[in-house]
Design a protein around this ligand. Structure first.
Ligand code: DX5
Ligand code: ZN
Length: 216
C-alpha cells in the first residue's frame, strides 16, 4: 500500500475540522501540512495555531512540510504543536546535518525536501541521516500546479542512492499528483504521495485517497 498524505492546503479553511474528520475516516496514513512564510516561497499559508487545531482533531501522522527560511528557529514550536514528521528544504538550510539532528533530538522524524532544480546527488552525504526525502514535483508555494515529468527519473535516482547507502529513508513526492502521475511515481519507487487539489476537488475525496493508496 502506498502512503497517501492529503495536503490540507487544498481543504476548505472555513471547515478545517470537518475536512480533517473526513480524512480520519479515509485510508490516508498521513496528513500533509504546508507551512509557507512568504520568504522562502512567494506565498503565506498558516502556522502553529492551525497545526495545533488540526492535531486536536486527528491521531494521524502529521507530515509537516516547512517552506520557510531559518526553520531552526521554530523546530521546538512545531514539535509542541503536534508535528510527527518535520521536513525542511535542502535549499533553506546552511547546516542541514545540525537541523536534522535537532528534529530527531526533539523526537520527530526528519525529512529533507528538494526543489525541482536540486539534483539527488546533493543528498549523498546525508541520506543515512534522514527518515524521509520529499521530492518536489512542482515549484513550492501553491497547490494545483502541473506535475514536472522529470521528477519520475529523480525518484529512480534517489531509490538507487538509498539502496547504495543502505539508508532507511522513505521517498515522498509532492505536487501535481493524480492517479496517472502517482502510478508512474510508485513504479519508480515512491513510498508516499502528497495530493492536495486532486483529493479535495474530487467528488469523493475518500474514494480518491483509496485509489491512490492502491497504486502499485
Ligand atoms: C506546494 C505544496 C504542496 C501542495 C500540493 O507548495 O508543497 O504540498 O499542497 O498541491 P497539489 O497536490 O494540488 O499539487
Ligand atoms: Zn507540501
Amino acid at each position: 500500500m502506498t502512503i497517501v498524505s492529503p495536503s490540507v492546503l487544498s481543504c476548505d479553511f472555513g471547515n478545517i475540522q470537518r475536512d480533517v474528520e473526513m480524512l480520519n475516516t479515509s485510508s490516508a496514513e498521513w496528513i500533509h501540512i504546508d507551512v509557507m512564510d512568504g520568504v522562502f516561497v512567494p506565498n503565506i499559508s498558516f502556522g502553529f495555531p492551525v497545526l495545533s487545531a488540526i492535531r486536536r482533531h486527528t491521531s494521524k501522522v502529521l507530515d509537516v512540510h516547512l517552506m520557510i527560511s531559518n526553520p531552526d528557529a521554530y523546530l521546538t514550536d512545531f514539535c509542541n504543536s503536534g508535528a510527527n514528521i518535520v521536513t525542511v528544504h535542502y535549499e533553506a538550510c546552511t547546516h542541514l546535518h545540525r537541523t536534522l539532528s535537532e528534529i530527531k533530538r526533539l523526537g520527530m522524524k526528519a525529512g529533507v525536501a528538494l526543489n525541482p532544480h536540486s539534483p539527488i546527488s546533493v543528498l549523498q552525504d546525508i541520506i543515512t541521516e534522514v527518515d524521509l526525502v520529499l521530492i518536489m514535483s512542482v515549484n513550492p508555494g501553491f497547490g494545483g500546479q502541473n506535475f514536472i515529468s522529470s521528477t519520475v527519473e529523480k525518484v529512480v535516482q534517489l531509490k538507487e542512492l538509498i539502496n547504495l547507502k543502505n539508508s532507511k529513508a522513505l521517498i515522498e513526492v509532492d505536487g501535481g499528483v493524480n492517479l496517472e502521475t502517482g502510478k508512474l511515481l510508485v513504479q519508480a519507487g515512491a513510498d508516499a504521495l502528497v495530493a492536495g487539489s486532486f483529493v479535495f476537488s474530487s467528488s469523493s475525496p475518500t474514494d480518491t485517497i483509496q485509489s491512490l493508496c492502491e497504486l502499485k
